[in-house]
Ligand binder design. Structure first.
Ligand SMILES: CC(C)(COP(=O)(O)OP(=O)(O)OC[C@H]1O[C@@H](n2cnc3c(N)ncnc32)[C@H](O)[C@@H]1OP(=O)(O)O)[C@@H](O)C(=O)NCCC(=O)NCCS
Length: 197
């Protein structure tokens, strides 16, 4: 299952992250931001590319991001990606938000958990972290598309406060329709989040 593949294709991706001092610094900062809770949540870094490619293969049946697209998401796109990893450093899931310049909304662009790690709250943690980041950026809305037959993801999104807004016929490569869903990030929710957090 995939969220709007077309957009990344059009962003002129490269096929591997460059071994630049900047990427080395990003790798190091992201690893330091890892939470102490296991499995831990941290921002993705260019070094995660191989593991993210594997996760895509293992988590989605079709419409996967390829290496070039993932490289672009990690290094060039106006985007943020958070990953969850276990104690031995194996990636269990990831989620990516795409931002648009001059827009107060962000798009949940990709989101998955390894099949063996599902049903343990990892998906919810990633989604909540992405929402938190949106609030930190003072965004007002989160948008996503989800396969109409993906009951598990739709259930999770609904429990997180997303509402179905638009039915998109024939949205995926196999002809499956999508629901476009969104969540308005109310300012009072932001206060609740800080108190609860
Ligand atoms: C959708 C996905 C990311 C959810 O990840 P996850 O780690 O399994 O999710 P969680 O464990 O946080 O569970 C999320 C919710 O689903 C519920 N759930 C768990 N197993 C379920 C099942 N078999 N059917 C329906 N709901 C289920 C949980 O109770 C939980 O609800 P709660 O938080 O209100 O208690 C994961 O199933 C996945 O990667 N699917 C394949 C890729 C995909 O579809 N991505 C979404 C693209 S839009």
């Amino acid at each position: 299952m995939r969220l709007g593949l077309v957009c990344v294709e059009s962003l002129q991706p490269d096929d591997k992250p460059r071994n630049t001092p900047q990427n080395a610094r990003v790798n190091s900062v992201c690893r330091k931001m890892s939470s102490t809770v296991s499995p831990s949540l941290r921002p993705a870094c260019p070094d995660d590319l191989d593991a993210l490619c594997r996760l895509e293969l293992e988590s989605f049946e079709g419409d996967r991001f390829n290496r070039r697209q993932l490289t672009h998401l990690l290094t060039r796109a106006h985007a943020t990606t958070w990953v969850v990893e276990n104690k031995s450093g194996r990636l269990l899931g990831y989620g990516t938000l795409l931002f648009r310049r001059n827009s107060r909304s962000a798009r949940l662009y990709s989101f998955c958990v390894h099949p063996e790690a599902r049903g343990k709250g990892i998906g919810r943690r990633i989604a909540e972290r992405l929402e938190q980041e949106s609030r930190e950026r003072a965004l007002q809305k989160l948008i996503l598309e989800v396969r109409a037959d993906n009951r598990r993801a739709i259930g999770l999104y609904r429990r997180l406060g997303f509402l179905p807004r638009r039915w998109l016929d024939d949205y995926y490569s196999d002809g499956c329709a999508a629901w476009q869903m969104d969540k308005v990030l109310e300012p009072e929710d932001a206060v609740g989040l800080v108190v609860a957090g």
